[in-house]
Write a protein that binds this ligand. Structure first.
Ligand SMILES: [Zn+2]
Length: 415
């Protein structure tokens, strides 16, 4: 690659990261919780559990790296116009560019699913061996097939939109592209809980008289938080993991609790989870996540433009041709991977803030500590994972930090 191209791609990458860091600063919670008390994992978790968790999580992480490496290598090969039969097939799609982009998007998306099947399958088998997943191979394969079909459809539609914009605005497509990304992010978050999630799971609203619903209402009233609906999801059909989350916006805003959690959790633990989720609602964390995407989209797409142009030029492919779709997908994958680092940094701050909200609302640090212990046990999380993967991929503070935050609240925060 010529030096000027390297400078342009590198410059776009740096600008993208700087804007993302600015977004983290802008969207981060205002008042930071007190620093967590340093905690040794051995004080809260048995040695055998720590060893099993470290072993399991290390292995899953290497499988994830391997999957990413395979995906990157395959996308790069196709983006550079190799092997020849694939290049010829992609070139033929140029006769009808928009339909061609649909075919190229769906095809490449399915190819990525297929080439990463060995690592996904290995990760599934390890989850079954570790006792986290209880899913049969057939049921797992059906999940993979459905999610591959959905991803291929979304990629196909995105590729068609992208190629249409590139053909209409050869250099300036990133501007209308950013508007499209922002609009799609809002629509996606809005419809995901009612259109996508039900493809994979059953959701039921918590009935009147249910213990959890009473806790949600009581805590919500005390916190002055309006939460929309509270749902139970049948996570137990796949495994033993415990979780809860908030998603949707406007009419689809909801709190979702795993049935495993509802079945097992004692009152203090359940209250700590519910109060944490109410914290996300009170802090508008879902709209905050959308705002992050909206802010990083323009420079993210400029990076995508520079990198995909460089790849396409090298392969002798027109940027507006369907044959350029693999180059765009590679560039988008790389941009997403890079932007996830500041994105996860923001996520960890938001999660720490929701924990603090929970501690203040329940005034029960012991309930929070017990919650962290149960989460770690059920999900076989490494309570104190290595620093670098946590920095790059961690969406939540580590378990020892979350316990340390509860201890800090117990010691000083109550005043
Ligand atoms: Zn959370």
């Amino acid at each position: 690659m010529p030096r000027s191209t390297v400078a342009r791609v590198g410059g776009a990458a740096v600008a993208m990261v700087l804007v993302a860091e600015a977004a983290v600063w802008l969207l981060g919670p205002g008042d930071e919780p007190p620093a967590p008390v340093p905690v040794a994992a051995g004080d809260y978790f048995g040695q055998a559990q720590i060893e099993r968790a470290t072993d399991y999580r290390d292995g899953q992480r290497w499988l994830m790296y391997a999957g990413l490496a395979i995906e990157g290598a395959v996308l790069l090969t196709v983006a550079l116009g190799r092997p020849a039969p694939v290049r010829r097939a992609l070139a033929r799609l140029g006769a009808r560019p928009i339909l061609g982009a649909v075919a190229a998007g769906a095809g490449v998306s399915l190819l990525v699913t297929v080439v990463t099947l060995p690592t996904s399958l290995a990760a599934h088998e390890r989850a079954v061996d570790a006792g986290i997943s209880t899913q049969s191979l057939g049921s797992w394969a059906w999940d993979v097939a459905r999610s591959a079909a959905i991803t291929a459809a979304i990629t196909a539609a995105g590729a068609a939109l992208l190629i249409a914009l590139v053909r209409r605005f050869p250099r300036g497509w990133w501007a209308p592209g950013s508007v499209a990304v922002a609009g799609l992010a809002v629509v996606f978050v809005w419809i995901a809980p009612v259109v996508l999630a039900p493809v994979f799971n059953r959701f039921e609203t918590l009935g009147h008289g249910s213990r959890a619903r009473a806790e949600v209402l009581e805590l919500g009233r005390r916190a002055g938080v309006e939460i929309g609906d509270v749902y139970r999801v049948d996570a137990s059909r796949r495994g033993r993991s415990l979780n809860a989350y908030v998603d949707g916006i406007g009419s689809t805003k909801r709190v979702v609790l795993y049935d495993n959690l509802l079945a097992q959790a004692e009152r203090p633990v359940l209250r700590s989870v519910v109060a944490h989720e109410l914290g996300h609602v009170a802090h508008d964390d879902v709209p905050r996540g959308i705002a992050f995407v909206v802010i990083v989209a323009p420079l993210g797409l400029i990076f995508v433009r520079e990198l995909s142009r460089a790849l396409a030029r090298r392969a002798g492919i027109e940027p507006g041709a369907p044959a350029a779709v693999p180059a765009y997908l590679l560039a988008i994958t790389l941009a997403t991977l890079i932007l996830n680092v500041p994105g996860n940094q923001l996520s960890r701050e938001i999660e720490a803030s929701a924990d603090q909200f929970s501690l203040e609302l329940t005034d029960d640090p012991r309930g929070m500590i017990e919650l962290q212990r149960q989460l770690a046990r059920a999900n076989l999380s490494d309570p104190d994972p290595p620093a670098l993967p946590s920095l790059l991929f961690g969406t939540h503070p580590t378990k020892v930090d979350r316990i340390g935050a509860a201890l800090a609240y117990e010691r000083e925060g109550r005043s």
